[in-house]
Design a protein around this ligand. Structure first.
Ligand code: ATP
Length: 348
């Protein structure tokens, strides 16, 4: 169980900012993570994810803001507890095991206390990551996935309250990745560790996170559960980050946006507001009735058919991904529809 008072976040970032030269790499980032919770920092390359993680790890200067662990200030612009004294575990893509130490010695490396207790902790962790048989092996005798499991055991050994992970699974091949990823997160949750994990892959973030903080240009644009980000996105770029999309432009009249797919409710927007309706490609369907269009391209992808068609009414291209095999080809006339519930409307 956690020794953390229930309302105090295990990791609390307040207004973190980092500049390089005149450029702001991390801009006023605030984020709280509870014990046993996994939060992903998600965003495109260069948006400031790793710099945020590095500030928390204590290897990057903080230009403004504060970092707290269990309510204790560990860093602001005047004070910075050294990285090794922060009791924060690190697991990065290029995790390096000590090549001259056996697996058990690698895992026990940072442990203090009596030898019996240290060995018990090492054995317990190796069992939990399924590596007890390899206790006496050297790192070069292990596969990439096995080394990853030992690195996790080593990072967990001193019972850090917080674990920072930067693209930790990207070095593994796809076959290994899903299993190791799920096992790793299960172990971290069971140890009551607050996890801040960096990834640029939306699917990975959806799969492993309790909460996602989506970053763009140094700032967090939306933070919430995976369902909140997917179902209540704050802007079109957020929808587009998780799925391929179509956009249809228009103007709000009497609380309605009239589109080729029919009227869409827009009651929260003032009359005359120029907006775009955003719909995911997999939410558009070829149906018996709907907006008339001509197929320009059609590819069967195995589980779905990918179709590009041009709307007769507006000349706009619409792309869709419909499950199964649709036996159509270029030049054919189709009708397209989309459920109004699957459309998001944002001011242009
Ligand atoms: P990626 O997914 O590619 O690793 P990221 O989101 O982690 O990207 P950061 O590594 O945090 O991005 O970098 C954010 C911005 O800060 C980038 O524009 C980067 O070039 C810049 N930056 C990072 N470190 C430094 C540095 N030491 N000196 C100057 N600029 C830096």
């Amino acid at each position: 169980m956690s020794d953390n008072p229930s309302d105090t976040p295990r990791l609390d970032l307040k207004h973190l900012t980092r500049r390089f030269g005149g450029r702001v790499a991390v801009d006023d980032v605030s984020l709280s993570i509870a014990a046993g919770q996994v939060t992903c920092l998600l965003g495109p390359s260069g948006c400031g994810k790793s710099t945020t993680l590095r500030m928390v790890a204590g290897v990057e200067q903080v230009d403004a803001g504060e970092i707290y662990v269990d309510g204790r200030l560990i860093c602001d612009t005047r004070k910075s507890i050294p990285a090794e004294d922060r009791q924060i575990g690190l697991m990065f893509q290029d995790f390096a095991l000590f090549p001259h130490l056996r697996v058990s010695e690698n895992v026990g490396f940072g442990l203090t206390g009596d030898a019996y207790a240290r060995m018990a902790r090492v054995r317990d962790l190796l069992a939990r990551v399924g590596m007890e048989r390899f206790e006496a092996a050297y790192p070069h005798e292990l596969s990439g996935g096995e080394q990853q499991r030992v690195a996790l055991a080593r990072a967990l050994a001193p019972r850090p309250g917080v674990m920072l992970m930067d693209e930790p699974f990207s070095g593994l091949d796809n076959r290994l990745r899903d299993g190791i990823r799920d096992d790793t997160l299960d172990i971290l949750r069971s140890e009551d560790t607050a996890v801040l994990l960096v990834t640029h892959e939306p699917e990975e973030a959806m799969r492993i996170s309790d909460r996602i903080a989506l970053m763009r240009d140094g700032s967090i644009v939306q933070e919430g559960t995976p369902e909140e980000l997917y179902n209540q996105p704050v802007d079109a770029a957020t929808v587009a980050f998780f799925s391929d999309i179509n956009r249809v432009s228009g103007t709000v009249k009497k609380g309605i946006l009239d589109t080729v797919f029919g009227p869409l409710p827009a009651s929260t927007l003032a009359d005359g507001t120029k907006v775009c309706a955003v719909m995911r490609q997999h939410d558009v369907r070829i149906t018996v009735k709907g907006a008339a269009a001509t197929v320009e391209r059609c590819r069967f992808l195995g589980t779905a058919t990918h179709v590009k068609a041009r709307l007769e009414a507006t000349g706009d291209a619409i792309t869709l991904n419909q499950p199964g095999h649709i036996p159509i080809g270029p030049g054919e006339k189709v009708h397209l529809s989309v459920d109004p519930q699957d459309c998001f409307i944002f001011p242009e």
